[in-house]
Design a protein around this ligand. Structure first.
Ligand code: SF4
Length: 237
């Protein structure tokens, strides 16, 4: 088993990251975004709605919203109370209504009705920070401009020691910077999807299944979890 430490040299870390990527490619060749969408606008709105919610809930709510207000113009002009009512189940519905309607209005007024395809423009939209912009750029436009860092990816990057400047799995800025320094650019979108899938199936927040994990040989945390707590079966969805 290779020796892995949090203070490993960058070249050693990159080689280990390469082995992790190889395993993730084998495990999840079809890793993709779980939010149902047919265009960049739908993905943008669904990603904003997914904050503090679940993909399952958003995938139930968003089609109802898009059936009534399926374009930036329609959403921009929709009655605010109606949007709040439709997206209520995703939580924080008032703030999310402000964000998605504000984004729709800005897309209409500033970008000719088209979701912009670059980071600088996307982060000017209400409710859109780097994480949401990375989701849209990577998944809807096929552009590797950064790495999405959500709770799953933050947790796994920390456990796998793919971040070293951050000891806090919630420090998305540092974690993204470390991942970008370690993972080849062409893999930035894939590793986001794959780490989310692995976090949901094997490396859960409370009970990582290290004994059944294909990444264990390259994971510095593999021996730190009490295996008596490991789940009998991997949780899949
Ligand atoms: S070995 Fe354990 S901590 Fe490391 S990625 Fe696998 S499940 Fe997570």
């Amino acid at each position: 088993m290779p020796t892995v430490t949090s203070s490993e040299a960058p070249a050693v870390r990159k080689r280990r990251a390469g082995r992790i990527l190889t395993q993730l490619r084998k495990l999840y060749p079809d890793a993709d975004c779980a939010l149902t969408h047919t265009n960049p606008f739908q993905l943008l709105i669904s990603t904003i709605l997914s904050a503090q919610s679940t993909d399952e809930t958003v995938n139930k709510v968003a089609p109802v919203l898009f059936k009534r207000f399926g374009t930036p113009k329609k959403l921009a002009e929709a009655p605010t109370e109606t949007i709040e009512s439709v997206i209520h189940a995703t939580g924080f519905f008032r703030q999310k209504t402000k964000s998605i309607q504000g984004a729709a209005r800005a897309i209409v007024s500033e970008f000719g009705g088209q979701v912009p395809d670059n980071m600088d423009a996307l982060v000017t939209l209400p409710g859109v920070a780097r994480k949401t912009a990375n989701v849209v750029l990577g998944t809807a436009f096929g552009k590797n401009e950064g790495v999405v860092v959500d709770t799953h990816i933050g947790r796994l990057a920390t456990r796998l020691s793919l971040t070293w400047t951050s000891k806090d799995s919630k420090d998305a800025v540092k974690i993204e910077r470390d991942l970008m320094a370690t993972i080849p650019r062409k893999e930035w979108t894939f590793i986001g999807h794959a780490l989310i899938w692995h976090g949901r199936r094997v490396c859960g927040a409370r009970k990582p299944d290290c004994a059944g994990c294909s990444l264990a040989k390259n994971c510095p945390s593999a021996s730190t979890f009490d295996q008596t707590n490991a789940p009998a079966k991997s949780k899949k969805r």
